[in-house]
Design a protein around this ligand. Structure first.
Ligand code: NAP
Ligand code: MG
Length: 401
């Protein structure tokens, strides 16, 4: 008897090696066990090109409608990809498009295994990272100053009041200049997404800025974030979740010395840098999961890595591959568990947790792909090919259901 998933799940297919693994995962681990209505969107690069990228927008709207989606990694085309796939245009990043429609925040979480020791010895629990994904240097205006001159910051109120002018620097010679911004609405929705995530994942929330130096810009992030925390204080108390505000340099030191187990809410640049530090610290990109959470509680799950292009080219040449499917499997289990929780169907939640458990036991039992074999302790001498790993997981799953 297959387990019934009550509400449709939005599925977004992708590109290259992850697309190959995606099909294997569905065939082996999803369809044989679940009676599920998948709202399928093919976000593979050809389909996006064919539909003028309409398919990505449709997928995002479907997530808004149904509440939960699961996404395969996709190519963000650069000039080389435009040539490779003969594209009409350098289409925007699908993740960026979906994120801006859902107004969501991306959270990353590593998968911990007994035989894959983290680089930082004290880390015993996952460190979740939430990255504010709007503004700051990612939407900056910058200028290479050619020579002596005056730089000012000018704000002209829409109502016609007097402009505000602030001196930036009196250049005596060449230099550089940058202007950046953020909005209260965006900081607020970031804070709300972090609060949602902290409550659903049951982890404490840490937030940090450099407000000792940037008293107004970064100080404003601290204040707006704190206002949202205050507004949700009773929900946080009920869930037993504490909020800690720190200076960013203190936070970095505290995180490295900690056991993990917190949500580290980061401003845009800090999140960009720190999520790569945390991913490397925990072992492999193949073990990093990612979820986009909107302030109104819509969820999109995916692996944090890309389409693993190098492995795909090997695959195309007919060579065997050993690509880690764990983060992609966990994208499915994350989405299914959330779907089950929202639907009030504990058997779906249980299935998702069983599958996660089976994946962990498979690796802890010594069956793993090459990326993990290289860092496993105790050492293993043989690695599983992409399909061999999935076959082992399938066998164990059948045995444990
Ligand atoms: P990538 O797919 O993350 O892979 C980079 C390297 O990391 C791989 O060559 C491989 O190293 C290792 N790796 C990553 N995931 C792995 C896994 N599951 N199993 C084993 N090894 C893994 O980045 P990329 O190859 O530079 O980018 C390919 C495409 O992905 C690009 O077009 C980019 O736009 C896209 N991308 C998409 C997303 C997304 O959709 N979320 C995110 C990032 C990038 P070795 O070669 O050493 O084995
Ligand atoms: Mg980065």
């Amino acid at each position: 008897m297959k387990i019934k998933v009550r509400t449709p799940l939005v599925e977004m297919d992708g590109d290259e090696m992850t697309r190959i693994m995606w099909a294997m995962i569905k065939e082996r681990l999803i369809h044989p066990f679940l009676d599920i209505d998948l709202k399928y969107f093919d976000l593979g690069i050809q389909k996006r090109d064919e539909t003028q990228d309409r398919i990505t927008v449709d997928a995002a709207h479907a997530i808004q409608e149904y509440g939960v989606g699961v996404k395969c990694a996709t190519i963000t085309p650069n000039a080389a990809r435009v040539k490779e796939y003969n594209l009409k245009k350098q289409w925007k990043s699908p993740n960026g498009t979906i994120r801006s429609i859902l107004d969501g925040t991306v959270f990353r979480k590593p998968i911990l295994l007994k035989n894959i020791p983290p680089g930082v010895r004290s880390w015993a629990k996952p460190i979740h990272i939430g990255r504010h994904a709007y503004g700051d240097i990612y939407r900056n205006v910058e200028y290479v100053v050619p020579g002596p001159g005056t730089a000012e910051l000018v704000y002209t109120p829409a109502g016609g009041a007097e402009p505000v002018r602030l001196p930036v620097h009196e250049f005596k010679g060449p230099g550089v200049l940058m202007g950046m911004h953020n909005t209260d609405a965006s900081i607020r929705s970031f804070a709300q997404s972090c609060i949602n995530y902290g409550i659903t994942e049951k982890v404490d929330i840490w937030f940090a800025t450099k407000d000792t130096i940037s008293k107004k810009y970064q100080g404003h992030f601290r204040d707006v974030f704190a206002e949202e925390i205050e507004r949700h204080q009773s929900e946080l108390d009920t869930a037993g979740i504490t909020y800690r505000y720190m200076l960013i340099d203190d936070a970095v030191a505290q995180v490295v010395k900690s056991q993990g187990g917190m949500l580290w809410a980061c401003t845009n640049y800090d999140g960009d840098v720190m999520s790569d530090m945390v991913a490397a610290g925990f072992g492999s990109l193949g073990l990093m999961t990612s979820v986009l959470v909107s302030p109104d509680g819509k969820y999109e799950y995916e692996a944090a890595h890309g389409t693993v292009m190098r492995h795909y080219y090997e695959h195309l040449k007919g060579n065997p591959t050993s690509t880690n499917s764990v983060a992609s499997i966990f994208a499915w289990t994350g989405a299914l568990a959330r779907r089950g929780e929202l639907d009030g169907t504990p058997d779906v939640v249980r299935f998702a947790h069983t599958l996660e458990d089976v994946v962990l036991k498979t690796i802890e039992g010594g069956v793993m792909t090459k990326d993990l074999m290289l860092i496993a302790e105790p050492k293993v001498t043989k690695y599983a090919l992409t399909e061999e790993f999935l076959d082992s997981v399938t066998e164990r799953l059948q045995a444990s259901l």
